[in-house]
Design a protein around this ligand. Structure first.
Ligand code: S3P
Length: 749
């Protein structure tokens, strides 16, 4: 192969591949194509194989055995043994005879223990020049004609070096693999063999066994004629090379037998369950397995996403000229979704939820209960089935419960967990880890809970198991549905009557849902009371669309001439409609239609039409009722004529971000006069310009500024919008479908 001046000099001098099956031929092909060696030499006992390889141009030279060329090899030369596992032994003997100790040697066998045993027998030790390796790539096709120069791209290659393996030999082998596109990792020999027995070897034996069993049953043509997708998916690997898999089975006997025994025990129990029509057992196993499989899929996706997000950021670019017209249904209510999982889990019997929000926050709650042993099916297009374990049925999760970005998950769960018999720890992402938790930890402590925050009152929350909580009568110093709900959930496990009094009305989904589960509670004016010792009975829950997500489209329609939008099936619980009251006061035309009650929650279709808006003093009575909607309301204020003033809303400073500061900074960048105060903001309506604003990793800030783009004079770029997935994963699609000009841009950090 001639060197050319404009291509980099190859790292390797001579690359010798012994055995030109699928793997050997693919390495040769990948190395030739990428010019990784000055010479690629193929060795095979079959001359027909060598001829095919030469003809295909995947090797430059051929030899029938190592003794022909071995004497010419030295440092910078690499020999790769690519023969079936049990033949590696005889090839290593040839290496011992014909190669000096400068030549690097590696292999590709799927079992590493047997290779190390062979090399130690032949050399008397593991020589420095030997680097055991295993590419986790392949296909059911085999032979030189199956060579694929991209076979290793993106696949893992495991190297299992010995303590004595020479650095220079290890790096030469690692470089070859990374140059052909593989991801190289190192591992101990025993770990490799155990892991591969479970993840690769066993599936092959199951596939062989299934096909063999079916093939020996009756008329196999008939059976195979009707064997559809499942059979095909499951048995693709039964078309693999029998010699290779016989060798692997024999070389990795002990690890394979260990995992085979486990599967056989499981299989016998499964057979028993089918024989005795034990549907509950079957659902249990299938759901657990399905969730584990989905989790594995997500890990795979996540791996890419994580690798991606280390270097990339998701921005939204919104261009002017859009509108908000048409009918739409936004995803399910976040607060109700959280509570449906919590109460469904500690209820007896099954709870079927429809309209569940598949956002990261509510999924964090769902995962926490799975971690505590609750069987939960779904979510599947908003449908979730929770198999309740009863008041005392939660199990020790054995690990910290991860709440992601979700304050509601952490605060409500802290109450529920304070009365369990096991210890727990609640952790979250960076934003949640800086949010105040003493608001729940203090009253829980007065109930006797053993709950500890970090020194500054933030997460992690450590909760010691405690079966002897005492009821309290708590006067909440701040209007918080999260604190109220936390204490009511703790009250379910406390001795006596727990009461919570609130200074202003806050969302009452917990109270409504407890009633829906048949639990007796008393609500009088601003005080809620419940006794412990009752039972929750599994029920059906229809989660309405989230008014907090709908709010962005209410504002979008309200500020854009020519807009007219219908938001369907939105929850209009009186404790949540502050946004409607405030926008109406600013002059927006909002009509509630088809009002009804679904599962104890009021629901309506909401029509919003454009109107000229005027600035107002927002009544403090509306603050708790619109607490999550202020970022959107501030955009309406920026488009209104005159001044809008908010007071009494210091709580906004400790949400997912400091929403007063974040909105005021962004509005100023866009040319709107905004003056933050300790407990609110003053916004003077004007013309929205264009520019780049920060979301501060806060979903609602990101969506609010996206809506502002409708009235901007140029593009608005909202930076770092990945967190929109916590409450509204489909935001961009839905926004585009009603007429916003919004695009996702991925940028390098
Ligand atoms: C929530 C209550 C509110 C709200 C949060 C969800 C709930 O918080 O901001 O997004 O589901 O109970 P506070 O109760 O702390 O105001």
């Amino acid at each position: 192969m001639p060197d050319s001046s404009d291509t980099p000099k190859p790292t390797l001098n001579q690359l010798v591949i012994i055995g030109l099956g699928l793997i050997g031929a693919s390495i040769a092909s990948a190395a030739s194509k990428r010019r990784l060696a000055r010479k690629v030499i193929g060795i095979s006992r079959r001359s027909s194989t060598l001829e095919l390889a030469l003809e295909a141009g995947i090797i430059d030279y051929s030899a029938s055995s190592l003794d022909v060329i071995g004497g010419n090899l030295g440092s910078d030369d690499l020999v790769v043994i690519c023969v079936p596992t049990l033949t590696v032994n005889s090839v290593l003997q040839e290496c011992h005879l014909h190669l000096n100790n400068e030549v690097t040697i590696t292999d590709v066998a799927s079992v590493k223990g047997s290779v190390i045993e062979a090399v130690t027998q032949i050399y008397g030790f593991v020589p420095e020049q030997f680097v055991p390796g295993h590419p986790i790539a392949g296909s059911e096709r085999n032979g030189v004609t199956a060579a694929d120069h991209d076979l290793f791209t993106g696949h893992r290659v495991v190297l299992t070096p010995d303590l004595k393996t020479g650095e220079e030999h290890l790096s030469l082998v690692a470089k070859l693999w990374s140059d052909v596109g593989a991801l190289v990792s190192t591992m101990a020999v025993e770990d490799h063999d155990e892991i591969l027995a479970a993840t690769s070897h066993l599936p092959h034996f199951l596939a062989y066994s299934l096909v063999d069993t079916l093939a020996s049953m009756g008329d196999k043509n008939e059976i195979f004629k009707f064997a559809a997708g499942g059979f095909r998916d499951f048995t693709r690997i039964a078309a693999s090379d029998p010699v290779m898999w016989r060798d692997i089975a024999l070389a990795n006997r002990s690890s394979i037998l260990d995992v085979l025994d486990k599967v056989m025990i499981n299989f016998v129990t499964l057979r028993g369950a089918i024989a005795s029509a034990n549907g509950e057992y079957l659902i249990d196993v299938f759901t657990r397995a399905r969730d584990a499989r989905n989790y594995f899929g997500k890990l795979e996706e996540g791996k890419e996403l994580r690798e991606y997000s280390v270097t990339k950021t998701t921005n939204f670019r919104v261009s002017p000229g859009g509108h908000a017209r048409g009918h739409l249904r936004v995803p399910g209510d976040k607060s109700i979704s959280h509570r449906s999982i919590m109460l469904g889990s500690i209820a007896t019997g099954m709870t079927e939820i429809n309209g569940f929000l598949e956002g990261e926050d509510s999924l964090a709650t769902l995962q926490a209960f799975r971690d505590m042993g609750v069987l939960i099916e779904g979510p599947d297009q908003g449908r979730v089935v929770v198999h309740g374990v009863g008041m005392q049925g939660l199990k020790d999760p054995q690990k910290a419960l991860y709440m992601g970005n979700s304050g509601t998950s952490m605060r409500l769960l802290s109450g529920l967990l304070a009365g369990q018999g096991f210890d727990t720890e609640l952790i979250g992402d960076d934003s949640l880890s800086s949010r105040p938790m003493t608001r729940v930890a203090n009253p829980l402590s007065s109930m006797g809970a053993l709950i500890f925050t970090a020194e500054d009152g933030t997460p992690p929350l450590k909760i010691k198991g405690n079966n002897s909580l005492k009821a309290i009568d708590y006067d909440m110093p701040l209007a918080s549905a999260q604190v109220k709900s936390c204490l009511l959930l703790a009250g379910l496990y406390a001795q006596g009557e727990t009461s919570v009094t609130e200074p202003a009305p806050t969302r009452d989904h917990t109270e409504r849902m407890l009633k829906g589960f048949g639990y007796g509670i008393k609500v009088a004016d601003n005080k809620v009371t419940l006794d412990s010792g009752g039972e929750l009975k599994g029920t059906r829950i229809d989660v309405p669309a989230d008014i907090s997500s709908a709010a962005f489209f209410m504002v979008a329609a309200a500020i854009t001439p020519g807009s007219d939008i219908m938001l369907e099936h939105v929850g209009v619980n009186p404790t949540r409609i502050g946004v409607i009251n405030i926008l109406r006061q600013m002059g927006v035309m909002i009509t509630l239609m088809n009002k009804r009650e679904v599962g104890g929650e009021p629901v309506a279709d909401i029509r919003v039409q454009y109107a000229e808006l005027k600035g107002i003093d927002i009544p403090e009575s509306q603050v708790a009722l619109a607490i999550d909607e202020f970022p959107a309301i501030f955009i309406a204020a920026a488009c209104a004529d005159g001044v809008t003033c908010l007071t009494g809303a210091e709580e906004l400073r400790v949400k997912e971000s400091d929403r007063i500061q974040a909105m005021s900074d962004g509005l100023s960048i866009l040319g709107i006069e905004a003056e933050p105060t300790l407990d609110g903001i003053k916004i003077i309506g004007g013309k929205i310009g264009s520019g780049r604003v920060l979301s501060h990793h806060d979903h609602r800030i990101a969506m609010a500024f996206s809506v502002a783009g409708l009235r901007a004079q140029g593009d608005i770029i909202v930076e770092d919008c990945g967190n929109v997935a916590t409450s509204f994963p489909s935001f961009v699609d839905i926004a585009s479908s009603v007429g916003l000009n919004i695009n996702i841009e991925v940028s390098n950090d």
